[in-house]
Design a protein around this ligand. Sequence first.
Ligand SMILES: C[S@@+](CC[C@H](N)C(=O)[O-])C[C@H]1O[C@@H](n2cnc3c(N)ncnc32)[C@H](O)[C@@H]1O
Length: 224
Amino acid sequence: MRLERVAAHIPAGAHLADIGSDHGYLPVALMRRGVIAAAVAGEVALTPFNAATRTVHENALEQQITVRLANGLDAIEPGDGITAVSLCGMGGETIRDILESGKARLSGLERLILQPNGGEQPLRQWLMDNDYRILCEEVLRENRFDYEIIVAERGDPVSYTEQELYFGPLQMQARTAAFLGKWQRRLRQKQKTLAHLTRANTAVPEEKRQELVRQTGWITALLG
Ligand SMILES: C[S@@+](CC[C@H](N)C(=O)[O-])C[C@H]1O[C@@H](n2cnc3c(N)ncnc32)[C@H](O)[C@@H]1O
């Protein structure tokens, strides 16, 4: 379901770069459905690179999907004419670092389809700092995990508040059941952590405790 929801955000006719493609399921499924025109599947590690190569071969899609062993956006070459980049199933900080170190490889015209596993706040911060506007956001729950999908495109400078960076500007407005459920669970976890810190008088840096108190306040206000 997670990759199905990601797939729904890839524009028809896209030239997709799926970075960290692992088994290559996303580009192969989209190509088989005729949704995308071409793809690059990038992988930094040999075992998933081999798995993606095998998936592409088994589906006889070598003409349409190029699998490259490369670090991050180094998988993208100028002649690829990439129009969409997906980075899924990695921590938000990792996705941010891949975007930051590889931004010279982006034309700025690509749609970014990001599915971070945690670390959404620093990822949204990078998007804002680099003039990417968030076009669409989704929270979904699968196998007891809350996943987020963030779709962004580069444009005019955009400004998000601290809370918008934390919760997602569009999520805050849409307030879907999945979104509210995620933050209800997070609130309970954070309250437990705070109670534990207080009871055990654990030596955590004051700055860290303050951050936890601040976030708990934001979530309480959000759920109102
Ligand atoms: C957990 S898998 C996710 C696979 C797939 N994108 C998904 O969402 O199901 C993360 C993959 O990203 C790859 N990866 C991590 N850092 C990378 C980087 N800097 N460049 C390319 N691939 C990377 C890993 O090797 C791994 O195969």
